[in-house]
Design a protein around this ligand. Structure first.
Ligand code: BTN
Length: 244
């Protein structure tokens, strides 16, 4: 991982650049990093705003050997690798929230955006775009109640370079282990790193909201939601964990 790192002061989106590089045969593990994104994207068509010089916004190219129906395991792999690195670097407890968020004390401090290319029935590449609130202390009014940063959570300024190195090392270790199982082994690891299972949740997608109990993950990374006694598997949506 990160044998080659492209760094930018300003770019539209590190995911766009990483996809362009992957399209011209950039190697697995290539990283694109930017201090400022003018069109940073989140999931479900949202934007990702991040203060320059305070946070980490980067994308990693993978060329995984997984069938297209298993690509949803890859953001889970990134989430557990990221969670382990942040816990090691800061000592705070991190929770994974399906599908691609990382939380501290119920507040989001990092998100992952998976984009990729499938050709002739196999995965050509995936780009894992990662945004981490590291030293940001102020958030837009609409995020104030739900967002946090590592600085706010620890009360200390975080060395971004050290954190980035710890993350890359964790990606490498997790990748070495999990790619051997075509990323199937991420399911129990992610499950052990979440506080949302067996809780009442709602999942919203395109104007529809389902309520139920989060039961676990399917072997291809879907969320098993029990609604009215019936299990169904979801592959996208926005989860709200209801208060106990
Ligand atoms: C989410 O939580 O919705 C995912 C956020 C992903 C943001 C990162 S920042 C680096 C990369 N480039 C982008 O345009 N988005 C991702």
């Amino acid at each position: 991982m990160a044998k080659k790192i492209y760094t930018f002061e300003t770019i539209d989106s590190t995911n766009n650049c990483a996809k362009a590089l992957a399209g011209v045969f950039a190697e697995q593990g290539t990283v694109v990093f930017a201090e400022k994104q003018t069109a940073g994207r989140g999931r479900l068509g949202r934007s990702w705003d991040s203060n320059p010089n305070e946070n980490l916004t980067f994308s990693v190219i993978l060329r995984p050997s997984v069938p297209p129906e298993s690509v949803n395991l890859l953001p889970l792999f990134a989430a557990v690798a990221l969670a382990a690195a942040v816990e090691r670097a800061t000592g705070v407890k991190v929770d994974c929230k399906w599908p691609n968020d990382l939380l501290i004390n119920g507040r989001k401090f990092a998100g992952i955006l998976l984009e990729g290319s499938i050709s002739q029935g196999s995965v050509d590449y995936v780009v894992l775009g990662i945004g981490i609130n590291v030293n940001q202390e102020r958030f837009a009014p609409e995020l104030k109640e739900t967002a946090t940063s590592l600085r706010l959570a620890t009360g200390k300024e975080i060395d971004r370079v050290l954190l980035f190195r710890t993350i890359m090392k964790s990606f490498e270790d997790h990748h070495a282990r999990m790619s051997r199982t075509h990323f199937q082994s991420v399911v129990p690891v992610w499950t052990a790193h979440t506080a949302m299972l067996n809780r009442e949740i709602t999942v919203s997608l395109q104007g529809t909201t389902l309520s139920g109990i989060a039961r676990g993950l399917s072997s291809d990374g879907g969320l098993i939601l029990n609604t009215d006694g019936q299990d169904r598997t979801l592959f996208a949506g926005d989860v709200t964990i209801l208060k106990k």
